[in-house]
Design a protein around this ligand. Structure first.
Ligand code: TXA
Ligand code: MG
Length: 319
């Protein structure tokens, strides 16, 4: 249980330029004072992330938007008002308050108000912007529990706030509205349908972009090789890997796929939202169980299904 004293301690660490891992509804973030260039530098070193890759600035309230961004299009503002707190990041022209360190030198900034009580309490008490990438080393599986953070980052974090498992489970949807037309750079916790219902059609540009590291082909990867397969092909794929002497696992929605008896069947998600909530935990299981190969059957693409399918494809991307 996180106490008020823990929250106070988190604020002290942030003010002192330290790093606090904190829960959000999507994944755990590794936070630093966005206006402290040295703290942000340390964040990049711990994360082992190239400095050219921008980080999201987390804000305590929608009303802080104008302190961190300028030239905000009306529909972008409407989208933020509608979806925040929530799993949406909006990329906008940055204000003078935003240092180069968090934007990789570009003139835009990604902003988000997370929908998690501890995160909001910490942000309100800190009363500033908290730069936070997911609290994992670059390219590895994103953390959805405090234990995941500690396993990956260990003593490199000054404080970990344990808010239990994340309720959404995949990262925020990123909408770039720094130009005239909105473009989704990363599928995530707010479905495209919901965004389009609020602001009309948005473009999708999630492949082959260096704009956002979460959009590189290989990301979110366990050590096990992830192979994305259709339910109908699970048997054939499994047999091929088993014949090669590999230890094979299966991840699929409950009841949609079956393999030979030698296949290790991971805990099956019950629906698309459950798949989103648990997908990173299952990727970690694949390594814990010593699998060589994880056959992953993506969920249908509606709702958060598109984001889950995206993460599975990237987990299976070329290394
Ligand atoms: O759900 C989330 O967004 C989580 C939680 C902690 O809030 N954070 C997260 O951060 O996923 P990270 O650093 O792992 O991914 C942030 C993504 C990167 O792909 C980055 O390139 C993109 O956001 N991004 C941030 N600022 C940007 C900008 N100004 N322009 C384009 N992309 C940006
Ligand atoms: Mg990440």
């Amino acid at each position: 249980m996180v106490t008020d004293a823990d929250l106070d301690a988190a604020v002290v660490v942030l003010r002192a330029g330290g790093l606090v891992a904190f829960p959000t509804e999507t994944v755990y973030g590794l936070g630093a004072d966005a206006e402290n260039v040295e703290a942000v530098g340390r964040l990049y070193r711990v994360k082992q992330r190239p400095e050219s890759h921008p980080v999201i600035v987390h804000l305590p309230r929608v009303g802080a938007l104008d302190e961190w961004a300028t030239a905000i299009p009306d529909p972008a503002r409407a989208l933020a008002r509608e979806c925040w707190p929530g799993a949406l990041t909006v990329v906008l022209r940055r204000s003078a308050r935003v240092p180069d360190a968090v934007t990789g030198g570009r003139d835009t900034v990604g902003l988000r108000v997370p929908d998690q009580p501890l995160a909001l309490a910490m942000l309100r008490a800190f009363d500033g912007g908290v730069a936070a990438p997911s609290a994992n080393r670059f390219g590895r599986v994103s953390p959805t529990t405090a234990a995941d953070v500690t396993a990956d980052l260990g003593d490199d974090v000054d404080l970990v706030l344990d808010g239990g498992p994340c309720t959404v489970g995949v990262e925020s949807t990123i909408v770039d509205w720094s130009g005239p037309h909105p473009t989704i750079l990363r599928l995530g916790g707010v479905a495209r349908d919901r965004i389009e219902a609020i602001v009309g059609p948005v473009d999708l540009r999630i492949d082959g972009e260096v704009a956002a590291p979460g959009t590189m082909p290989s990301h979110y990867a366990p050590s096990a090789r992830v192979v994305v397969v259709a339910a109908a092909d699970v048997g054939a794929e499994a047999n091929r890997s088993l014949a090669a002497g590999e230890r094979v696992g299966l991840l699929a929605l409950a009841g949609v796929a079956e393999g030979p008896s030698e296949v290790v069947v991971l805990d099956a998600p019950t629906d698309v939202d459950d798949y989103a909530r648990t997908v990173y935990a299952r990727l970690r299981d694949a390594d814990r169980l010593g699998l060589d190969v994880l056959l992953a059957v993506p969920p249908p693409a509606d709702g958060l299904g598109a984001a889950v399918a995206d993460r599975l494809a990237r987990a299976g991307g070329p290394r």
